[in-house]
Design a protein around this ligand. Structure first.
Ligand code: MG
Length: 278
């Protein structure tokens, strides 16, 4: 895999071919993959998916865990529904996360990632320890499969994230750094955050967001890469300084022109890569 290979975040839930066809059309060689539902994670289906990606010469660098009942409509609802934090769904979701780790292993992928949810900020809160415990269980399973467990940024400040990572105390815990999420969740300046957690970063989302919301614009809506308030050039320069050489994976979620935006983002990253790395 080339250093700083450009990739996209994709899914295959709408049928095995659908996600792959659009990835091929965009000409990228690496992706982050949303884990599909359990019906596509059987041994046979996993082998089929692996085969299709291999034939297309597309590498999956991280499999992302999500749940059908994750709800991002407001940040309060996120607190109640997203990740491994909501108590009422924790055990069942832990089981599903462990299953997805196995699915990723079947694909030959050495990392899974997820939004853990809003971890309690106070380390003396008993639920902080409970979330640390469940995260250790995920890390330990991942370790058996030779995988890292990547925490998606944004639902906490960088220093809270560091406190949590230290508490989990597992060598295979890592960070998927998403600069736009820092803005969307109001969790701090993205580049300052990257300074703090940089040593843990094993994957990134190249995603942008505007601080200023338009009237009626949902809180979670991102912006075309380079048009929001993440300084993408400075972001890449910092990644370069950190020695980060993994893929630059574009995430463009809410757009009437998703493919057009991704094409522009690919070009922007290509130009910056040439400028910064020669
Ligand atoms: Mg992201």
């Amino acid at each position: 895999m080339d250093k700083w290979a450009t990739g996209i975040f994709t899914s295959i839930d709408e049928g095995l071919g659908a996600g792959l066809d659009s990835v091929k059309e965009l000409g990228v060689s690496t992706v982050h993959l949303h884990a599909p539902g359990s019906e596509l994670r059987s041994k046979e289906k996993t082998a089929e998916i692996k085969e299709q990606f291999a034939e297309s010469e597309i590498e999956i660098s991280v499999v992302f865990v999500g749940f059908p009942d994750d709800d991002y409509s407001t940040t309060d609802v996120v607190k109640q529904t997203v990740g491994l934090v909501p108590k009422d769904r924790r055990e069942q979701r832990l089981a599903e996360t462990l299953d997805i780790s196995g699915f990723a292993y079947g694909l030959g992928v050495d990392a899974i990632g997820m939004h853990l949810g809003f971890v309690p900020q106070d380390p003396t809160d008993p639920d902080f320890s409970a979330v640390v415990e469940v995260t250790r269980k995920v890390c330990d399973r991942c370790l058996e499969f030779g995988q890292h467990f990547h925490l998606e940024t944004g639902q906490e400040t960088a220093s809270e994230l560091l406190t949590f990572i230290d508490a989990v105390d597992r060598k295979n815990i890592a960070v998927n750094f998403d600069p736009a999420n820092m803005i969307l969740y109001g969790a701090g300046e993205p580049l300052e955050a990257l300074d703090l957690v940089g040593r843990h970063v094993r994957s990134v989302h190249c995603k942008d967001a505007a601080k200023k919301r338009q009237a009626g614009q949902p809180w979670y809506e991102d912006a075309p890469l380079g048009e929001g308030d993440v300084d993408i050039r400075a972001f890449l320069l910092k990644l370069h300084d950190l020695g980060y050489e993994g893929p630059l994976t574009i995430e463009r979620e809410y757009s009437p022109n998703q493919v057009g935006d991704i094409k522009k983002a690919l070009q922007l990253l290509e130009d910056l890569r040439k400028e910064i790395r020669g």
